[in-house]
Design a protein. Sequence first.
Lengths: 553, 347
Amino acid sequence: MHRLFQFRGGVVLKEHKKDATALPVQPAKLPATLILPLKQHIGSPAEPVVAVGDKVLKGQLIARAGDAICAPLHAPSSGTVTAISDHPVPHASGMSAVCIIIETDGEERWRPRERTLSNAAELSAQELRGIIRDAGIVGLGGAGFPAAVKLDPGGRPVDTLILNGAECEPYITCDEMLLREHAREVLAGLLMMRHALAARRCVIGIENNKPRAFRALCEAVRDSGADVEVVEVPTIYPTGSEKQLIQMLTGKEVPSGGLPIDIGIVCHNVGTAYAVYRAVELDQPLISRYVTIAGSVAHARNLEVLIGTPLGNLIEECGGNRDSLHRLIVGGPMMGTAMHSDTVPVVKGTNCVLVESTTHDVPLPSRDAYAMPCIRCGNCASACPVNLLPQQMYWYARARDFDKIQDYNIFDCIECGCCDYVCPSQIPLVGYYRYAKSEIWNQEAEKRQADLARERHQFREFRLEREKKERAERHKKKRSAVTQGGSDDKQAAIQAAMARVRAKKSAQDSTPKNTDNLTPAQQKAIDDADRRREEKTRQNPNESKAATKPDRP
Amino acid sequence: MTLQTPPSPHIHSGLHVSSLMLQVIAALIPAIICYTWFFGWGLIINSAIAVLTALASEALMLKLRKRPLKPFLGDGSAVLSALLLALCIPPLAPWWMTVLGVAFALIIGKHLYGGLGYNPFNPAMVGYVMLLISFPLEMTRWMPPFILEQLEIGFIDTLGVIFFSHLPYGLSIDALSSATPLDAMKTDLGLNNTVSEITANNALFGDVAGIGWEWVGTWLLLGGMYLIYKRVISWQIPLAVIGSLFVISAFFFLMDADTYPSPLFHIFGGATILAAFFIATDPVSASTTPRGRILYGIGIGIIIYVIRTWGSYPDAVAFAVLLMNMAAPTLDYYTQPRVYGHARGKD
């Protein structure tokens, strides 16, 4: 018996799972148009490799992965690319994004096999990841992180590979139906993933409200003889949340801000394992998935739906009325997203389409439009599986005190909605936390910009200051050269200059004169003249100048 | 047709503030019936006056503050505050005291701070303390249980006393009033009597506390247990209040049983159980973290004991609650639980 570690908090929800599990899964009708958003995953959008007007075959690559965190796209059916343009995508904001739009031809012609089948066991981890990446597989539990990236431990040891079959949200039964009908294939996919990760052990977690799926899995494991534990976990929302399931099965907590791989754990969804099996074993890229259609529809059920099928088609197929739609939720009632339009397509991460129409009984008891003030009852804190204080976070979110709200660890919030569900004041708490988170992100982006600007400004100030200093330094050097330390130099310079003058003078003196080479008589006459001049100067020094004049030749 | 796009989650448990408040009110009803059995119609009439005053005050303030009437008048919080205050007022107190106390509690104690969810102090206790300080004589003029005096005044007579101070024929106000057991204990201890002498000589005292009071306390205890079972209130505050009061009173009782009454007397005497389960647990003004609630409850238990034993008031529930209300925001800040994925020992 596997030991379980109950996480704190959580809520027990009405399951509503019976309706959609009554009918076996069958392929959904082929829609006339498939809408394939280029970004159906976490990471950068895929890059189209087809042009408008191109004929495509089922399974053919239509957009390739640009960088490491990306997933390629494949044509879910054969047909013609009619547009590569903006179309509404399943997003809370109701935004549009670039999609490849394919008009199907109804022939469902497959592309030729690209890979000869090989024994999966002989493939290396690297080869497996390559196949999984090329098949465009992303996490099918909803988050949509490229699976190949998550299957690359990057040299870190993986102790436990957990396969998440908990499926804790009400209404959603696609994983349950997949396990009931394809337990063997899921198990095969799991073993391939284990091989890629070199994981020491494998655990499959499944909520105890799915006995048939549990039995099917146990049988598959027994028949294959694989060393895989299948563990039933209590039906408490949110057991299917990655962090909570890890805690439940291992007693370990994923560090705040970290990833499961940091504690040697990797967690994948059962649907992802099935997609891996199909890619590796059948050479089929991810072009369809199981989707639950529930709520105000005549026949709630699970269908195998081609990626890109508009939600409206599924609603009609299950006997819903598109004209009386009131709310359309993609995902579960706790964490799903309300759509702005029923023309948005099923994407890789779409597990459930929950329909609420005005003509049927309202299946989703939602909170009052008028929220009462928080009375700090603490129900939210008791229900929080992360042990936050939602009442305090709400208080600071309302007050826009985003520093304080981070003191209360808002970024550890997994937005499971438990607090909101139990709030007697019926406050849309999760909405407040999303708002606070996005405001903080915006502020941080702004702050980064401001920091950058301030850094630039500070550097400029520093540079100006430095230049000023350097200039001052140069001036100082010059000045001191003139005054103090350079006085010897100056004297030397003066003396040198004087020496130059003297030398020049003596050179002048040494130039030949007409008084050279004189005859003794001439010499005598000169001497006499000099003597007279001297005498004269001695007698009348003031006239010496004048007296010398006549001597000039 | 335009689709609604509210944020997730898209379902709700259906829990509502009014359902919480109504459950608390329901849990009070057995104790109110028991109280009426022992002490007569006074509480019922006071409760009616209090509830009407509360609704009128609430409506007036909502109107002035331009808030919608329907959700707030129907939330039950004003009715609950009124009932709690009525339980704290002597059963034969004149009508205007109840009106004044309740109006003060709701207008000053609640709405001037921002109404439901924003009042830092427990409104009922704000009203009670105002009355206790302003009208100490009237607020300490309690009744002995009927079975002691062999008299029982009927509904009409009680109405006469409350509204017209008209005493039934042949009765003086002294005959109708008596100290509470806590008050008697305090006064007599001050006269250097021992606890055993006091309880033996005064007919007010029953098996553990006061006759009548101990039964009211028992029903309050059962009502409180029901609220914990239904998760309307958390277990931390009641346990901490009663536990800390028990420990500290047991300590002194064991040291000197003549001077210090027993722990059971402290728990079943006065308003301890009412405070522990119904007053201190008012979520708005209490601490909201699990550890904070324990500290908050311990604080209340200790202050109750200290004021009862060494202070000048016989009971201290209101002061203890109001003092700890002040500490609640600080307690909340320093008692944040360890969040998933954060290292143990540090936050």
